[in-house]
Design a binder for this molecule. Sequence first.
Ligand code: NAP
Length: 292
Amino acid sequence: MSKIIINKLCIIGVGLIGGSLARALKKAGVVGEVVGAGRDVSHLKKAKALGVIDQFETDIPLAVKGCDMVVLAVPLGAMQSVFEKIAPVITNDMIITDVGSAKASVVKAAQAAFKTIPDTLVPAHPIAGTEKSGVEASFPELYENRRIIITPLETSSVAAIKKVHNMWQACGAEVVETSVEHHDEVLAATSHLPHMLAYSLVDTLAKMDAKKEIFDFAAGGFRDFTRIASSDPDMWHDICLANGDALVTMIKKFTDDLQLLSTAIEKNDSTYLKETFARAKKARDEFCENKN
Ligand code: NAP
């Protein structure tokens, strides 16, 4: 019996996330043909040479022609222009989804481009990634045992939701559903804030006069904590702007707590320090246990 769940897939943006999706679906044997689309032919040629895509197009309306699944895996700042390009050529049997790290901005971009959001649009976000970018960094196991959050809209049809669900499940992922708003609040706390802390810490240290000495003495803990500061600056620029309100709320909350910690250190407040560290250790230990 055929395992095919997508006959013709178009990945717009064949980078880490889009490339890994194509590789995972090919490995699972559930996709017929994969068309890659993007701006730079040399990137697309590389994707084809790596076997990630079967053919490519830089003309996006042409790329999506005849596809039953279209995945936007471009930076958040490019979502609207891509929606605008596909708007005149979408059909009722073409499911459209995305992988953007913030969801309200994607819905806003779709609204602006389509005017009436099609019932085939189902936004989604894989909670998986690395600090690397580009198709060379993609790999088929990226989504195995990872969560994919889909944020169906009131307009999304049951059939479209099911097909997006099935696509991610075929990659070995656990699919969960939530609202656009809840997604953005939670991700501001668990992903977007930590990236701001890593970037900001490394930048603060890099600007100090004793920079060389500081980095020379830095050890494994510093490397662990700051790994995500090696993420693509352009991508994170877009995420900050796309989820600004929720992110600023979290930054303020964190800044208040950091100030309390600073005051406790100044006042030799051992109780506050020990209680804070013990609470944090317990929460992290529980998080790690649940992930194993
Ligand atoms: P990436 O490796 O840089 O890939 C982005 C791709 O988009 C590139 O192949 C690029 O190719 C293409 N692209 C850029 N602008 C475009 C445009 N205007 N039109 C068409 N194609 C365009 O980035 P990524 O890490 O895969 O991230 C892609 C999306 O996944 C982002 O929305 C991000 O928020 C989301 N995401 C990322 C992670 C992560 O950890 N990296 C995790 C979850 C979700 P060309 O330059 O050749 O056009």
